[in-house]
Design a protein around this ligand. Structure first.
Ligand code: FES
Length: 205
C-alpha cells in the first residue's frame, strides 16, 4: 500500500495576490463580526481560481489561516463540494452529468466521446496538451435538456450528442467560445420534435 507522508504547508507555498487579498477582505466584510468563516466558499473559490483551477493543501490551509478556522474544517468543505478540485485539472474541466435523466439519454456515450477527444482513459486524468480533464458530476439541474455537461463550473452545454460534445471541445481547444445552451437549437425545454400541444392559435375574446 502506498503511504503518503503529510508535509505541512510551508511559508510562501501559497498566498493570495495583493489583488485577491483585497477581494477576500471585501467578501469577509459582507458578514457580521465574528462570522468571518461564512466567507469560506468565496475564499476557496478565489484560491482555486488563482491556483490554476485546483486547491492544493497549502492553498486550503492558507484559506483556513486567513479565516482563523481550524484547517480540518476547511478540508471538510473542500471534500464535500464537487466544484472544488483537489488535484491538478485541465484548463477546461468537462463535467459530465451522469445522473438518471442524462444517463437515460446517453451520458455513457457522451463520456466516451469526451474522453476520446481529450485523449484520456479515466476521469480526472489531464490531457497531454493540458487542455482538458473529464469528470463525472451529479445532476446539474438541467434534466429536461439531457444529456448535459458543464465546463469549468460555468457554462452548460445541453442536448448533446457524441458529435456535438466533441465539437464543443474542439472549439475550446481552438480558443473559440462555443455557444452554451442547447446544441440542437431547441429553445428552453420545448419538445424535441416540435410542438405536440397548442399547435393552433385560438382567438380569445
Ligand atoms: S440528470 Fe443530468 S442534469 Fe439532471
Amino acid at each position: 500500500m502506498k503511504v503518503t507522508t503529510y508535509i505541512p504547508p510551508q511559508p510562501g507555498d501559497f498566498e493570495f495576490t495583493p489583488e485577491n487579498i483585497e477581494k477576500a477582505k471585501s467578501y469577509i466584510a459582507r458578514y457580521p463580526e465574528g462570522r468571518q468563516a461564512s466567507a469560506v466558499l468565496w475564499l476557496l473559490y478565489l484560491a482555486q481560481e488563482q491556483n490554476d483551477g485546483w486547491l492544493s493543501v497549502p492553498a486550503i490551509e492558507y484559506v483556513a489561516q486567513f479565516l482563523n478556522m481550524a484547517p480540518i474544517r476547511v478540508h471538510e468543505v473542500v471534500s464535500f463540494y464537487t466544484m472544488f478540485k483537489r488535484r491538478p485539472v485541465g484548463r477546461y474541466q468537462i463535467q459530465v452529468c451522469r445522473t438518471t435523466s442524462c444517463w437515460l439519454r446517453g451520458s455513457d456515450e457522451i463520456t466516451k466521446a469526451c474522453m476520446e477527444e481529450a485523449g484520456v482513459s479515466r476521469f480526472e486524468e489531464v490531457s497531454a496538451d493540458g487542455f482538458f480533464s473529464v469528470i463525472e458530476v451529479e445532476c446539474l439541474g438541467a434534466c429536461c435538456n439531457a444529456p448535459v455537461f458543464q465546463v469549468s463550473n460555468e457554462h452548460y452545454y445541453e442536448d448533446l450528442t457524441p458529435e456535438s460534445a466533441k465539437a464543443v471541445m474542439k472549439a475550446l481547444r481552438n480558443g473559440e467560445a462555443p455557444q452554451p445552451g442547447s446544441q440542437t437549437g431547441r429553445i428552453s425545454s420545448e419538445p424535441e420534435g416540435g410542438l405536440t400541444t397548442l399547435t393552433t392559435l385560438q382567438e380569445t375574446t
